[in-house]
Design a protein around this ligand. Structure first.
Ligand SMILES: *[C@@H]1O[C@H](CO)[C@@H](O)[C@H](O)[C@H]1NC(C)=O
Ligand SMILES: *[C@@H]1O[C@H](CO)[C@@H](O)[C@H](O)[C@H]1NC(C)=O
Ligand SMILES: *[C@@H]1O[C@H](CO)[C@@H](O)[C@H](O)[C@H]1NC(C)=O
Ligand SMILES: *[C@@H]1O[C@H](CO)[C@@H](O)[C@H](O)[C@H]1NC(C)=O
Ligand SMILES: *[C@@H]1O[C@H](CO)[C@@H](O)[C@H](O)[C@H]1NC(C)=O
Ligand SMILES: *[C@@H]1O[C@H](CO)[C@@H](O)[C@H](O)[C@H]1NC(C)=O
Ligand SMILES: *[C@@H]1O[C@H](CO)[C@@H](O)[C@H](O)[C@H]1NC(C)=O
Ligand SMILES: *[C@@H]1O[C@H](CO)[C@@H](O)[C@H](O)[C@H]1NC(C)=O
Ligand SMILES: *[C@@H]1O[C@H](CO)[C@@H](O)[C@H](O)[C@H]1NC(C)=O
Length: 638
C-alpha cells in the first residue's frame, strides 16, 4: 500500500506518540495509568469521540460495562455524549431535536422521597403497598421490572427505599421527510425509548446492557411506559438510522410524571370517532357519548363543554403516517385540524349534540371543503394544554376512516331540523337548493304528516285509566314517539351515490335526469333493472315520496331503506284501531320499503344512525386514563 506524504507523516507521528506513551507509562506508577486510561486512550482509538462524563464513573462501578462500550458504533457515542444528559422535572414536557443514529439521555429524580428511612418502616410500607403492577401500552402487566427489582438492585438497597410508579410518555413531533414524496412508499422509522433505573446503566440506549433497561418502540409516534422506581430513572430516546430516501431530523417531546401520563393515546375501537355521513365536500362525525348518566344536571354540564379537537387527513397524503398517536405530530402535519393555533379553522364547525344513541351528550364535528370521492382518516383528540400537568401533552384516539361522496352526486347532509330533530344525514338533493331550504322541505313535509296523525291520536282514550286503555304496555306517548321515529326515517330518505354498488341500497328515481341534465341511458337503465328485479317498477322509477321528484328533482340516487323494526315498533306501540301494519319479508312491498339491520355496518336507516354498531359504543368518561387525565374536566362532567 502506497502512503501519501500526509499519511506517512501522520503514521510517523502516531508511532512516535505511542512510543512516547509507552515510555511514559513505564516510568510512572501503573495506578495512575489505569485512572487516566478512559480519558487519555479512548480519543486515540475513536478520534473525535468525546466521552460521556457518566461513562467513566459507571465503568468503574460496573466491570461488565467497559467491554460493551468498546463495541459501540462510534457515531452513537459521539453524538449522545455531545448532547449531554438533561434533567426532567415532574410533569414537564421537554422538546428535543435529535439526528439519526443519536441517543438523547434524560435523568429523572423521584420528587419528595425521603432519602433514607429505617429498614423496619420500609418493610411495613412495602407490605401494605406492594409496588403497583406495571402497565405496558396495551395495558398488559410487564413482568420485566418486577424481576429487575429482585435481581438488579442489591437487597439492602431495595430495603432502604420506597418505590413509586412513574409514567413516562413521549410524542414524536417532527420526523424526517421523504426526499421524493411520491416515490418513497416507506414511512420513516419510529424512535425507541430506553429506560433504566439501574445506577450501573445511566446511559440507556441501543448499546447499553440489555438486562438493565426496558426497550419500548414508539407506536405511531407515541410511547407510554410506566414502572416503579425507587429514586432515579434514566431515559434514552434513540433515533434510528434512516435510509437515503429521507432527510431531516426527529423532534420529540418527553415527560415523566408521578401521577399519570402527560401524553397518552388509546387503541380501543369503541372510543374513536363515529362517522355519521358525508356528501361531496363535507362529512359529519361525532364522539361517543361523553357520559351515560341519566342525571339531567350531569348531562347539562357535559353539554356546556367542548373538550375535543379533531384532525382529518386525505388518505392519499402520507404526511401523518407514523405519527397517528402523537398529538404534537398531528398538530404539525395533519391536513385539516379543528383547531390551529388555538383558533377554529374555517373548514370545521363543532358543537355539542344529544342526537344519536341514547340521546346522551356528544361533541359533533362538521368538516367542509373536503375533496369529493376521497378516502379520509379522522382522528379525535383531547387537546393538550400549556403548563406542566397530567394530560397536557394531549390524548389521541384511534383513527376512523370515512369517505366523501362523488362530485356530481346528488346527496347533501342536512341537520338541525325543527321537527325531525334526530335527522343528520345526506338526503336526495339538487344544487339549486341550499341546505337550509333542503332541510325545510323535508321537515315541513314530515311535520304536516305528523299533524294528521296527531288528530287521529286525539280520538284514542289516552288519559283513561289502565283498564280502559288500548294496551297495558303502551300509551299514547309511546305511540306518538314510535310514529315520529318511523315517519322521519321514511319521509326523509337517506341518500347514497347512484354509483354506490352496496347490495342493500335501493335505486330510486331512475327515470329522471341528474341535476346536471344527463339521463341514465337506456342500456344502463336496462342493466340496472335486470340487476334489481324490483317487484314494483314505480319504486325504481321514482322516489318513495313523489313530491321529492317534483320539487327537489334530485334525479337517480340510491336510498338506505328504513329499518324494518321501526315499523314493527310502530305497530306494537299504537292502538290497532289506527290500522298500522307492516309488510313482512317476502311480502309485496317489503323489499322496496324496508331493510334488515346487520350486525356490522349501516344497512338500514333509523333516527340517529351512524356508521357504527350502536351497542359497541361506550361512554368516553368511564375510561380510566381518560377521566384521570381529564382531572378537573371529569369533575365538571360527572
Ligand atoms: C448509519 O448510517 C451511516 C451513514 O449512512 C452509516 O455509515 C452507519 O454505518 C449506519 N449505522 C448503523 C448502525 O446502521
Ligand atoms: C384535495 O386534492 C388536492 C389535489 O389532489 C390536494 O392537493 C388537496 O390537498 C386535497 N385536499 C383535501 C382537503 O383533501
Ligand atoms: C377508498 O378506499 C376504498 C377501499 O376502502 C377503495 O376501494 C377506493 O379505491 C379508495 N378510493 C380512493 C379515491 O382512494
Ligand atoms: C352528470 O352526473 C352523473 C351522475 O353523477 C354523471 O354520471 C354524469 O357523467 C354527469 N354528466 C356530465 C355531463 O357531467
Ligand atoms: C338559502 O336560500 C335562502 C333563499 O334563497 C336564503 O334566504 C338563505 O339565506 C340561504 N341560506 C344559506 C345558509 O345560504
Ligand atoms: C298534538 O295535538 C295536541 C292537541 O291538539 C297538541 O297539544 C300537541 O301539541 C300536538 N303535538 C304535536 C307534536 O304537534
Ligand atoms: C306512557 O308510558 C311511559 C312508560 O311506558 C310513562 O313513562 C309515561 O308517563 C306514560 N305516559 C302517559 C301519558 O301515561
Ligand atoms: C318507468 O320509467 C320508464 C322510462 O321512463 C317508463 O317507460 C315507464 O312507464 C315507467 N313506469 C312507471 C310505472 O312509472
Ligand atoms: C308500487 O309503489 C307505489 C309507491 O311507490 C305504490 O303507490 C303502489 O301501490 C305500489 N304497487 C304495488 C303493486 O305494490
Amino acid at each position: 500500500m502506497q502512503l501519501s506524504p500526509l499519511q506517512s507523516r501522520l503514521a510517523a507521528s502516531f508511532i512516535a506518540s505511542c512510543l512516547l506513551l509507552a515510555l511514559y507509562f513505564t516510568l510512572f506508577s501503573p495506578h495512575f495509568a489505569v485512572a487516566a486510561e478512559p480519558k487519555e486512550t479512548f480519543p486515540l482509538f475513536l478520534d473525535d469521540a468525546d466521552i460521556h462524563v457518566d461513562l467513566a464513573e459507571s465503568s468503574s462501578r460496573d466491570k461488565t460495562y467497559e467491554p460493551e462500550f468498546l463495541a459501540f458504533d462510534k457515531s452513537i457515542i459521539g453524538r449522545a455524549a455531545a448532547d449531554g444528559t438533561e434533567t426532567l422535572t415532574n410533569k414537564e414536557a421537554k422538546s428535543v431535536e435529535i439526528g439519526e443514529g443519536a441517543t438523547k439521555i434524560f435523568k429523572f429524580e423521584i420528587p419528595g422521597l425521603p432519602a433514607r428511612e429505617t429498614a423496619d418502616r420500609q418493610f411495613e410500607l412495602r407490605d401494605v403497598h406492594p409496588p403497583p403492577q406495571e402497565r405496558d401500552i396495551d395495558g398488559h402487566v410487564t413482568e420485566r421490572d418486577i424481576i429487575l427489582d429482585a435481581s438488579e438492585e442489591a437487597p439492602e438497597l431495595a430495603k432502604r427505599q420506597t418505590s413509586r410508579t412513574v409514567f413516562i410518555s413521549a410524542n414524536t413531533c417532527n420526523q424526517p421527510m421523504r426526499v421524493e414524496g411520491s416515490k418513497t412508499t416507506l414511512d420513516p422509522p419510529q424512535l425507541t425509548l430506553f429506560v433504566s433505573k439501574s445506577p450501573s446503566n445511566q446511559s440507556p440506549g441501543p448499546s447499553a446492557n440489555l438486562a438493565t433497561q426496558d426497550i419500548i418502540s414508539f407506536n405511531d409516534g407515541a410511547v407510554m411506559h410506566s414502572l416503579s422506581v425507587s429514586n432515579q430513572l434514566y431515559i434514552g430516546v434513540y433515533a434510528p438510522n434512516v435510509s437515503a430516501e429521507f432527510f431531516g431530523t426527529y423532534m420529540f417531546e418527553v415527560a415523566v410524571s408521578t401521577d399519570d401520563f402527560v401524553h397518552s393515546y388509546s387503541t380501543e375501537p369503541e372510543k374513536n370517532l363515529i362517522f355519521v355521513d358525508s356528501d361531496s365536500h363535507g362529512a359529519l362525525l361525532y364522539t361517543p357519548s361523553l357520559t351515560d348518566s341519566p342525571d339531567p344536571e350531569a348531562q347539562a354540564r357535559a353539554m356546556s363543554t367542548r373538550p375535543f379537537v379533531m384532525f382529518a387527513q386525505n388518505k392519499d397524503d402520507r404526511s401523518i403516517n407514523g405519527l397517528r398517536f402523537s398529538y404534537c405530530g398531528l398538530k404539525n402535519y395533519a391536513q385539516v385540524a379543528a383547531i390551529k393555533n388555538g383558533q377554529l379553522t374555517q373548514m370545521v364547525t363543532t358543537a355539542m349534540t344529544n342526537r344519536g344513541p341514547g340521546n346522551f351528550p356528544k361533541q359533533q364535528f362538521y368538516f367542509s371543503g373536503l375533496n369529493a370521492s376521497s378516502n379520509y382518516t379522522g382522528i379525535l383528540a383531547r387537546s393538550g394544554s400549556s403548563g406542566s400537568q397530567v394530560g397536557s401533552g394531549g390524548h389521541v384516539f384511534r383513527a376512523t376512516e370515512f369517505k366523501t361522496k362523488s362530485e356530481t352526486g346528488n346527496c347533501a347532509i342536512i341537520a338541525n331540523l325543527a321537527f325531525c330533530d334526530q335527522v343528520a344525514y345526506a338526503v336526495p338533493s339538487n344544487p339549486k337548493f341550499n341546505t337550509t331550504q333542503l332541510g325545510k322541505f323535508y321537515d315541513d313535509y314530515a311535520a304536516t304528516m305528523y299533524n294528521n296523525f296527531n288528530k287521529s291520536l286525539q280520538q284514542i282514550p289516552c288519559e283513561a285509566p289502565s283498564s280502559q286503555r288500548y294496551s297495558l304496555a303502551s300509551n299514547c306517548t309511546s305511540c306518538a314517539a314510535a310514529y315520529k321515529e318511523w315517519l322521519c326515517s321514511v319521509t326523509i330518505p337517506r341518500c347514497e351515490d347512484f354509483s354506490n354498488q352496496e347490495p342493500y341500497l335501493h335505486i330510486r328515481a331512475a327515470s329522471y335526469p341528474f341535476p346536471n341534465g344527463t339521463m341514465l341511458d337506456a342500456a344502463t337503465l336496462a342493466a340496472q333493472k335486470a340487476d334489481h328485479p324490483y317487484e314494483n317498477i314505480s319504486a325504481f322509477n321514482s322516489s318513495r315520496n313523489p313530491l321529492i321528484d317534483e320539487v327537489i328533482q334530485p334525479g337517480p340516487y340510491k336510498e338506505v331503506l328504513p329499518c324494518e323494526d321501526l315499523c314493527y315498533k310502530l305497530v306494537q306501540s299504537c292502538p290497532s284501531a289506527m290500522g298500522f301494519g307492516c309488510p313482512q319479508p317476502g311480502m309485496a312491498g317489503f323489499d322496496s320499503g324496508y331493510a334488515h339491520r346487520a350486525a356490522n355496518g349501516l344497512t338500514c336507516n333509523y333516527q340517529g344512525s351512524a356508521h357504527v354498531k350502536s351497542s359497541s359504543v361506550k361512554p368516553l368518561l368511564s375510561w380510566g386514563i381518560f377521566s384521570a387525565a381529564l382531572g378537573s374536566m371529569s369533575f365538571v362532567l360527572l
